[in-house]
Write a protein that binds this ligand. Sequence first.
Ligand SMILES: Cc1ncc(C[n+]2csc(CCOP(=O)(O)OP(=O)(O)O)c2C)c(N)n1
Ligand SMILES: [Mg+2]
Length: 572
Amino acid sequence: MNAAEFIVQMLEEEGVEYLFGVPGGAIEDLNIAVHKSKKIKPIITKHEAGAAFIADGYARVSGKLGVCCSTAGPGATNLITGLATSFADYVPVCALTGQVATSVFGKGAIQESGAEGINMDMIFRHFTKYSAMVFNEQRTQYMVQKALRVAHTSPGGPVHLNLPADIMKRTASREIPTTLHWHTRSYDPEATMAAARILAQARRPVIIAGWGVALSRGAMELKALAELLDIPVAASPKAKGIFPESHPLSLGGLGFAGSTIAQRYINDGEVDVLLAVGTSFNEMMSSGWDEDMLKRAHLIHIDVDASKIGRNYSTSLGVIGDARITLQALCTAIKEELGSPELSHRRQVSTARQAIRFLKGREKMLDEPQPNVKGLYHPRNLVQDIQSCFPEDTLYFVDIGNVMAWAIRYLKVDAPYSFFVSLGFGGMGHASAAPVGAQLALPKRPVVALVGDGGFLMNGVEVATAVEYDLPVVWVVFNNAMFGLVYHGRKLYAQPIPEGLPSRYKRVDFAKMAQGLGARGIRIDTPGQFTAGLVQDILAAKRPTVLDVRIDPEAVPPIHSRIKTIDKRFAA
Ligand SMILES: Cc1ncc(C[n+]2csc(CCOP(=O)(O)OP(=O)(O)O)c2C)c(N)n1
Ligand SMILES: [Mg+2]
C-alpha cells in the first residue's frame, strides 16, 4: 500500500463517504487511491472554493467530517475562503492538498508550494486547527490520525495535510495499532452545580442559545431545560431554529435581524439571570455588543471554548464544557435543587409565557405582508411565500447579503439543525455551493438555498456539480441586480455615503445561466408566478432548479443594528 492508499484507508475507517475536489497532477496519487476505494465516492466540483464550501455544507448538516482536496498551489489557495468559513464556524473539515515532489523543492517546479515556495502548510496554519506537510511516509498514520482527532475535538474545525507527490508513492503502513475515539465530550460538574443553584433561584431567567448548541446537537437538552423552569429562549442568528420558534417560550432571534421580542424581553431590566450557552457574544449576535445586555445580576456562560467566556461581557459564572452534555447535567442538577423545600415555589407556572404572548401580539402587527411595489416581489413576502410553499422539513441555506437579513427575520424555523448561515466569516457564495454537500448528507430532505444575485455569481457554478450528481437542490436567487446590502448600508449610515459609488450592475438572467449549466431554470417576474403548485412541481421533478426571482431593490432590509455598529465602532 502506498501512502496515498493508506490515507484513503484511514478515511474509510473514519466513515468518510465523499471526497470533494478538483483534480490536478500533484494530487493524482490520492485520486487514484480514491478511485480504487469502494467506500469513498469522489465528487468533482467546478471550483476548489466550491469543494471546500460543499465539504463544509456536508459537515454542517451531518456533524460528520467533510473532506475536500485540491492540487498544489492555485488549487490549494482556491480552498482558502471555504476553509476559513469552516474555521470561523467550527465545522470539521479535512483538506488534502497536493504538492510537487520533495526532490525538486526550490528548483522552480510549476505550482511548487512547499517550504521554499508559496508555503501552503504555513498559509493554512492561520485558518486551520492543524496544518502540516506529510514529509515522510512513515509519518502518515500519525499525521492523519492527529488531523482527524483535532478536527473533531470540540470546538471542531478544519485541518490540512499537504501531500508531496513522491512521498505519496512510497510504501506506508500502520505503525501503531490504535483505534481512535475522539468523539469525547466533557463538562465541568462543579461549575454546572453552581449554575443549577443560581438558575433554580432565579426570578426571571432567560437563555440565549448559540451555534455551539447546534454543533453539539443539544436541541433536545435545551428544550428540556427551558421547559423544566419555564425559561424563555432567544437564539443567535446562526442558531436559528435550535429552539422551535413557534414554541410559547421562544423569544425568536437575538442580534442581527432579530425579533424585537427578544430584545425587549432581555433588556427590560427585569431579567436577573442570563444563561448563555454555546454563543460567543460576537457582533452579529449581540447587535454590536449592545450595552443594555450588561444590566443584570448574573451572566452564566457555558462554552466549550474558554477564550470566549468573559470576552465581551462580565460573567459571574463561566462553565467550560460541551453544550449538550452540560445542559443535560444542568437539568439533572436543577431537579435535585428543586427537591429542596425552600425552592418548591419555583415549580409554580411562571409569568414568562404570558409576557411573551403579550409581546408577540404587539409584534404581529409589524409582520403583516408588505405591498409588492411596481409588481415586483417584496423580499419579505418572498421569504414568507417560500416558507409556506416548501415542506416543514426543508433545510435552508442562506447567503450573506440583504437576503440573510430577510431570512433571519422572517423565516420561522421549528426544526433544529435546519437553518444555516455562515456568519462567522461572512463570505458571500457559501450558500451557493454548501447546499450541494447538504443534499448528499441528507438526500431525503428538500434543500433550499436563499441567495442574492451577487452571492450566486460567486459560486453558483456548483449548480453544474448538482447536475452532475443528480442532486435536487433548489436555489432561489433574490435578484435585485445589485449588492443590496452595500447599497442599503450606504444609504442608512448616519453620514450617508454619496450616491454614485457603484453597487448596482447589469442584471443577469439566472434562469438561462441555470439552463446552460444543465439545471432547470425558472424566471419569476411577478409574485403571482411563485405558487405552491410550482413548488410541488419542482419537488416532484427532483432536478436541481434555480428560481430567478426579480425583487424590489428598494425594499429596506432589517439591517439597522449592523449599520449602527458600523457607525459607532468603525468610525475614525
Ligand atoms: C466574499 C465576499 N465579498 C464581499 C463581501 C461584502 N458584501 C457583503 S454583502 C454584499 C452584497 C451581497 O449582494 P447579493 O449577494 O446580491 O445580496 P443582496 O444584498 O443584494 O441581497 C457584499 C459585497 C462579502 N461579505 N463576502
Ligand atoms: Mg443582490
